[in-house]
Design a protein around this ligand. Structure first.
Ligand code: ARG
Length: 653
């Protein structure tokens, strides 16, 4: 199945035993695996499946397959052992193959251009990834980091397998909560509400934090105040009516149904809402820039990007994700309303005390709420409309939602609801769920909240702290680098942010992530900084060779000189990279690549320990060149792997 297996299988398919049994390279490759112990060989062909098909005993079948096969090319020793055909490979031939493949695929100057591990299997197919998707008027919290980075890595992984991937930020900019925010602004900041009568940006210098506090204060007060509670709902209804009318065709034409009074009432709410959205987006943008992501507002209106989108859509979707606010589905193309009408007409939804419900999981399970009893659209309705829009607009083959495990029910209802409406493609939608980010409390227990403030941890604080710490380490450990202020800042940024990202992605996504600063920034452990440091070190090994022996011509490095078992293990690990990437991509599981890289770094570090006395670069030029060639290949794979996780690389640190 993998790079190595495919090549070896192609040779085995020539043997008379396999030919007689009708086993072609593909079938052989599928049954090749690494035996549990190195003594048994480098690869073993398991006969069970085909012996059964042939009605033969596995042991005898194995003997027959191996009969008459002559070891040559990539294969050095062939041996039937019980139900297996064990193979010892020709290290020289394989090493040469693997190195040449990495070198030719990764000849470009930038890690983004390194292609070893890429595949075209997904060509012509489209995946929509719903990622990040924070709510406006609320600061980004750490769980948004998980959705953002897992989603971003999935995007890169699928792209590496030939897919077109549309990354969509389903911005939470709609819902009854915004009625409370508007009511709060009117109640606590009447002068701002006044300003909204005439000005487009009435909220002045309010920050996301302040918006959030305004909402929270109103929410709390309205809990036991019926009048306030009603006011909150009404403010949202006014907003929803306004925006629907504003964007519907009727209203745009002459003499539309929006009377002047409704307009006047609505525009205040609209302006408050829109400004709150702008303020939030500006803050989100800062955070995404930190993380290296670019989002463009949808529909794309600014001329430069619209041009790229029309002329080179593939490039557009590769370089950018898009924001499509939930509000978009209420307004554009009247999607929500059409969806609701459809659900009623087809008797999929039923009326219940003014609300419209879909019983997706039977009468005794909580239903999907399509329209709330106060007439407002629901989170579910907007998600359904979004799914239809995406299907129609991008003709998606698959769609996945990278959202925390706590929304499991929401998504299973969503998919079921779509199916009930006759959208069979809902079967290709999935929820890529993930666990919580946990922080240690003074009593030693792990919980969702911060020790210091007893509140959710803000993503910005977390990243700032990581960058600040790395800055300190650079000053202390590498004063020479610190002197180059610009470069030092770039390194602190890449390493600090990378530390947080790697910590997030290194374990299976469904696990909770314990956030422990020591481990996150441990330059020796299974950490982002360690991986980046290994990468830098590999670059300087080549530098060292250059100093001692002149410019290395990697292709001249003789794989025959790589005789150590540690080197062979590394070669085998390198050969396994394409498989790891393909698997991570198929399963939406970036940790498969992260674990792979940890293993690669660990094998490399063992090799370096073993070669201490001869050193990677020593007096023997040929030996040094062969080894530097291997180091270079490892560096390319490590670098490519880290970029697939969404990390930025540095050349010094
Ligand atoms: N805005 C939601 C939240 O912050 C997440 C939205 C996830 N995506 C979706 N299509 N429902 O919890």
């Amino acid at each position: 199945m993998g790079f190595l297996e495919n090549r070896v299988a192609a040779e085995m398919a020539q043997w008379s035993g396999f030919r007689a049994a009708g086993l072609d390279a593909e079938k052989i490759s599928e049954s090749l695996a690494r035996p549990p112990k190195a003594e048994m060989g480098d690869l073993a062909f398991a006969t069970f499946r085909y012996a059964k098909e042939a009605g033969a005993k596995p042991n005898e079948f194995a003997t027959k397959l191996a009969e008459g096969a002559k070891p040559r090319g990539l294969i050095e020793v062939i041996e039937a052992a019980g139900p297996y055909v064990n193979l010892r490979l020709n290290r020289r031939a394989i090493s040469s193959d693997v190195l040449v493949e990495i070198e030719t695929q990764s000849a470009g100057a930038e890690p983004q251009d390194w292609r070893f591990g890429d595949n075209v299997a997904g060509k012509g197919r489209t995946l929509v990834v719903d990622l990040s998707s924070p709510n406006i008027a609320k600061p980004l919290a750490v769980h948004h980091l998980r959705s953002t980075m897992i989603g971003y890595s999935i995007k890169k992984l699928r792209e590496s397998q030939g897919w077109r991937v549309v990354g969509v930020n389903h911005l939470g900019d709609w819902g009854t909560g915004f009625g409370k925010l508007i009511a709060g602004v009117k109640k606590y900041f009447p002068e701002l509400a006044e300003r909204a009568q005439t000005e487009d940006k009435p909220l002045g210098t309010m920050t996301v934090q302040e918006l959030n506090e305004t909402y929270a204060r109103f929410n709390k007060e309205s809990k036991d105040d019926e009048e306030l509670s009603v006011a909150g709902k009404q403010e949202f209804a006014v907003l929803e009516r306004y925006i629907e009318a504003l964007l519907s065709k009727e209203a745009l034409g002459e003499g539309g149904p929006v009377d002047a009074a409704a307009r006047e009432e609505g525009i205040v709410n609209f302006r408050i809402w829109q400004h709150a959205r702008d303020i939030s987006l500006a803050e989100f943008e800062r955070m995404y820039a930190h993380l290296g992501l670019s989002f463009k507002l949808w529909p794309v209106v600014d001329a430069a990007h619209a041009k790229v989108l029309t002329e080179e859509p593939e490039a557009f979707y590769r370089h950018h994700c898009i924001y499509v606010g939930e509000s978009y589905y209420v307004t554009a193309e009247d999607l929500c309303r059409r969806l609701i009408a459809d659900a009623v007409e087809n008797k999929v939804a039923e009326l219940d005390e003014g609300a419209l419900l879909i019983f997706t999981h039977g009468k005794d399970k909580p239903p999907l709420i399509l329209v709330k009893s106060d007439g407002a659209t629901s989170y579910h309705a907007r998600d359904m409309a979004a799914a239809l829009y995406r299907k129609r607009h991008w003709g998606l083959d698959e769609m996945t939602y990278v959202v925390g495990g706590e929304q499991k029910l929401h998504f299973s209802q969503l998919f079921k609801g779509l199916e009930m409406l006759g959208h069979e493609w809902a079967a290709h939608c999935s929820h890529t769920d993930f666990g919580l980010m946990l922080f240690q409390q003074p009593d030693g227990k792990w919980a969702k909240t911060s020790t210091r403030r007893g509140t959710a941890i803000m993503l910005e604080d977390l990243l700032d702290e990581a960058i600040e710490t790395v800055r300190g380490i650079i000053k202390e450990k590498n004063p020479e680098l610190a002197d180059d202020a610009n470069l030092a800042e770039r390194v602190a940024h890449a390493v600090g942010v990378g530390a947080v990202v790697f910590n997030d992605l290194k374990n299976g996504r469904r696990n909770n992530v314990k956030f422990d600063w020591e481990a996150v920034l441990d330059f020796q452990g299974e950490s982002g900084p360690y991986m980046q440091m290994q990468y830098v070190r590999m670059g300087s090994v080549t530098g060292k060779f250059r100093e001692v022996h002149g410019e290395p011509i990697f292709e001249d490095g003789d794989p025959d000189r790589l005789g150590l078992d540690e080197e062979w293990k590394i070669i085998q690990q390198l050969a396994a990279f394409p498989d790891a990437v393909a698997k991570a991509s198929a399963e939406f599981e970036p940790s498969i690549v992260a674990r792979y890289l940890i293993e690669l770094a660990s094998l490399t570090s063992t090799w370096w320990t073993v070669t201490k006395d001869t050193r990677i670069v020593g007096d023997d030029k040929d030996l040094s060149l062969a080894r530097v060639r291997l180091v270079n290949a490892i560096r390319k794979v490590l670098g490519r792997g880290l970029t697939l996780l969404g990390m930025s690389l540095v050349e010094r640190m």
